[in-house]
Ligand binder design. Sequence first.
Ligand SMILES: [Zn+2]
Length: 219
Amino acid sequence: MYMYLVDHIPKSTPHNRRPGLLIEDQWITVHNTANPSSTARNERHWLTSERNDVTASFHIVIDDKEAIECIPLNEVAWHAGDGSGKDSGNRTSIGIEICESGNYDVTLDNAAHLVASMLVERSWSVAQLRRHYDWSGKNCPRLMNDKGDWSGWTAFVASVAAKMDEGEVIEVLKPEDANTIILFLSAAYMSTNVPEARKEFNRLANELRKASGQPPEPN
Ligand SMILES: [Zn+2]
């Protein structure tokens, strides 16, 4: 598994890398970084590096350890190489960069999980996946292309679909919902003096806190 970090580049980032335009998102576009040694952190750092003078960016970069969201998913990033027209990949898709460094099998599995969870969250299907290649003809994601044979891409899409079918991807419980349920549990807790029952209510409340990304509380 991987950590999901949010580390947005500032709106003032040079070369218009975060234009702040709202995205009409209908697609997820998949890329490889085309850099065999860079990690997700390296790619995030490059977006705000003083040595970087190109107008190119992406939403999320993922490696074998973490996914970093670099631009808010409701804003445009420049990753599809097809301009800024209304129907361009840049204006209509969320760009995911898959790192080539580290344990690539783990990275690929992480990426499939990330993409599957994003599709589930949006009630989308794998029909909404695109390669960078589909927008501009660039050989990207290059590690899924073996001299014109895109079976690596087909396998990736199948892996995403399998994760969606197997229910491996479940929506995370929202903290507000968890805390509302915990309020009901508290009422049940207060209505009993049986120690075992109270202990069980505490345990359930902590399970809800964990499931929603909140720290458990001591009993
Ligand atoms: Zn690309």
